[in-house]
Design a protein around this ligand. Structure first.
Ligand code: SAM
Length: 292
């Protein structure tokens, strides 16, 4: 068992460095000894696969990843954790810690420079305040990675994994299913962290797809200008309203124009966003913006 999950040991290291937890940075550190070995095994890290970790904290997951992978690059925003990580990861020669913001870092460059010849996976216990933006950033950048395994709040995990067209789905479900096949791996209780969060967490793996699951009428309009995602977001803006009303409000277009597009796409005007499949969202986008 790693000493990094021994609460007394880790509290001792943190207090010696004068570290106090920042709620704003989503700092809840794992102390359940079973979680990190499972996460590092399930994320696909091995002797041929490099790992990028976001938010190593005190290094508990990093330590497990370093034992499985030939190389780990960990991106930590909080400078105060650098001396802590230097101490807790001192026995690993295959870990590089970068002090940067994962919302701004150039991941393409990082992969080119740090992992020129190997496959890469991303693994992280994500700071909850940026779950959706960071996942969307990692996916939209189409990074050359095999999978993204992350711990997020259980409710967010449910939404992310929900199949578009089902009740639990939301804008993020459609965006995520466009790039990958999400998989729920296991749940993690609040008592697994210091300090303990209020809600349950879950670990999910996003297996990156080589080809999008839908046919796009116009690649440029769909992806460069992100119209597909604009339509999806507008559709879910007012969940309880009809698709026709949500789209009209969310895209600032007259209802007549929206209803005409929905008719072209073969979708009843009183349908709701949660009933739409990926292909139906693609058809609405095409009808609205590509004149198809
Ligand atoms: N991996 C550690 C663990 O499991 O115990 C810590 C996880 S904690 C939930 C999230 C970590 O992400 C913290 O160390 C926090 O400082 C870091 N963090 C927060 N925002 C970040 C950002 N924008 N870029 C990189 N790291 C960030």
């Amino acid at each position: 068992m790693s000493k990094l999950t021994d609460i007394n040991y880790i509290k001792g290291v943190l207090s010696r460095h004068g570290f106090t937890f920042s709620k704003a940075l989503g700092q809840n550190f794992l102390v359940n000894p079973t979680v990190c070995p499972k996460m590092s095994e399930m994320c696909g890290a091995d002797e041929n696969t490099g790992v990028i970790e976001i938010g190593p904290g005190a290094g508990v997951l990093t330590n497990e990843l370093a034992q499985r992978s030939y190389k780990v690059v960990a991106v930590e925003l909080d400078k105060r954790l650098l001396p802590v990580l230097a101490e807790t990861l001192s026995e690993h020669r295959n870990v590089t810690v970068i002090n940067d913001d994962a919302m701004k870092l150039d991941f393409h460059k990082l992969i080119r420079e740090e992992f020129p010849d190997s496959e890469v996976v991303i693994c992280a216990n994500l700071p909850y305040y940026i779950t959706s933006p960071i996942l969307m950033r990692l996916l939209e950048e189409r990074l050359p990675v095999k999978a993204i395994t992350v711990m997020v709040q259980k409710e967010a995990a449910d939404r992310i994994c929900a199949l578009p067209g089902t009740r639990a789905s939301g804008a993020i479900s459609a965006a995520v299913h466009y790039y990958c096949e999400p998989e729920m791996l296991f749940r993690v209780s609040p008592g697994s962290f210091i300090p303990a969060p209020k809600v349950e967490s879950a670990v999910i793996r996003l297996n990156i797809l080589k080809e999008p699951p839908i046919t796009a009428a116009d690649e440029k309009l769909f992806f460069k200008e992100k119209l597909f995602f604009k339509v999806v977001r507008a559709s879910f803006l007012q969940r309880r309203k009809t698709l026709s009303n949500s789209l009209s409000a969310g895209l600032s277009k007259p209802k007549a124009e929206i209803n005409e597009a929905l008719a072209k796409a073969g979708i009843p005007a009183n349908a709701r966003a949660e009933e739409m499949t990926m292909q139906q969202f693609a058809d609405i986008t095409a009808a609205l913006y590509c004149g198809i």
